[in-house]
Design a binder for this molecule. Sequence first.
Ligand code: NAP
Length: 458
Amino acid sequence: MLRVAVVGSGPSGVYAAQTLVQQREVPGVRVDVLDRLPAPYGLVRYGVAPDHEKIKSLQGSLRTVLEDERIRFLGNVEVGGAALPTSRLLELYHAVVYCVGAARDRLLGIPGEELAGVHSATAFVSWYSGHPDAADEVFDLPGVDTAVVVGAGNVAVDVTRILARGTAELAPTDMPQPALGALADSGLRRVSMVARRGPSQGKFTTKELRELGTLPGVDAWADPAELALDPLYTDPGAAAAALPAVARRNLEVLRGWAGEPPSAAPRRIALRFYLRPVEVLGGPGGRVTAVRFERTAPDGRGGVTGTGVHEDIEAQLVLRSVGYMGVPLAGLPFDPVRGTVPHAAGRVLRAGRASVGEYVAGWIKRGPTGVIGTNRPCAKETASSLLQDAAALARRELPGDPLDALRAAGLHPVRWPGWLAIESAEAELGRSLGRRSVKIPDWPGLLAAAGSPGPAGP
Ligand code: NAP
């Protein structure tokens, strides 16, 4: 039997586990899927926006995999800490596949970023998604009339949409009650989503962009003069020749909005382009009042140059949404520039050589790019490297059932029935609030629902 630990139960971890047990070349593979959290599914549970129910429903197929009898889910198990260093994990399993994602946000690196009211989109997403590490985050929404979101990727679109949506649309989701209440109390009227480059260079996908124009009570708008700064916007023929289909379709959506007269909708989303943030401005009490941007111009090579012209956009809330970054895991090599673990076809490289029994998949392998489905081929590549190595790996004798060793180390793994108990408790919480299932947003609540005697470590 080949015993494998997959660390992380998000899409890349689950796809890796699925590939390992469903293949036929190496019989008898058993996989434990470990997660630091008591709940599975990673970013599908804690990153996909609550109003994107179709993408959320992917949890159904991830569940089917985790319920396979050859796979065990072990939640509430932190790898890389004192109780379970990576070296110990490798003693307990023939192989370990790290699928730990990219948990950190990037900073803008400009003055004023530390002012009250400036947050990372990652923190905002974690908060409204009920991530237990974000239970103490405070978003002072009632005082917010206008918000600025810096960045033009799908996360920026997500947070812009959630800010602009009405409570009636969010209430049927599983958003935790405190976040729903705070968003309901906000008097927000305007969200500006600001890109440093042009409309043809937005990182968002068309479906997500288009959705901003379909929200009830919300007017999506882009300034025609600003769009026209992009040569590929003004010349559809050149755009058709030079751009991938997604960028061309994005331009069509923006053209539609630019032609629309302003409506009387109570809330407005403004898409702004060619503005790079240079300073966050604060007022009395150290709270953000505006973001200062420098107007940029295309440099003809896909980048932009500064023009020395500045514009301040008022904001009482600023979310920087400029990409995720991997965090080093103690005991694993790490490339601090790329924010990933060095690898060759998924085999972890130590000093340039493949480390026996250690693998990576997902964002910690390739960086924070792609949609959920991108993780499937990524995990498959890693799994096939592991399976090629299987004969040599399986020769090592293991000390016994790793679960006993985890418990002996003072850990309290949450097994699958514990997770199902969390699900039931969330359904019950929803019923008590007159809503559908509602997430439990804190560690004590999750562990109590799972019937777990204690926190992650001793
Ligand atoms: P992203 O797609 O890499 O977008 C990052 C954005 O930040 C870009 O517009 C980038 O502009 C901008 N940026 C970077 N540094 C900046 C700076 N210093 N100042 C101003 N702007 C800056 O990252 P993401 O939005 O975090 O998304 C991560 C991944 O998750 C993506 O693959 C995304 O598609 C995926 N995702 C998908 C969905 C969905 O399918 N519904 C939802 C959420 C996330 P430049 O282009 O100029 O660098």
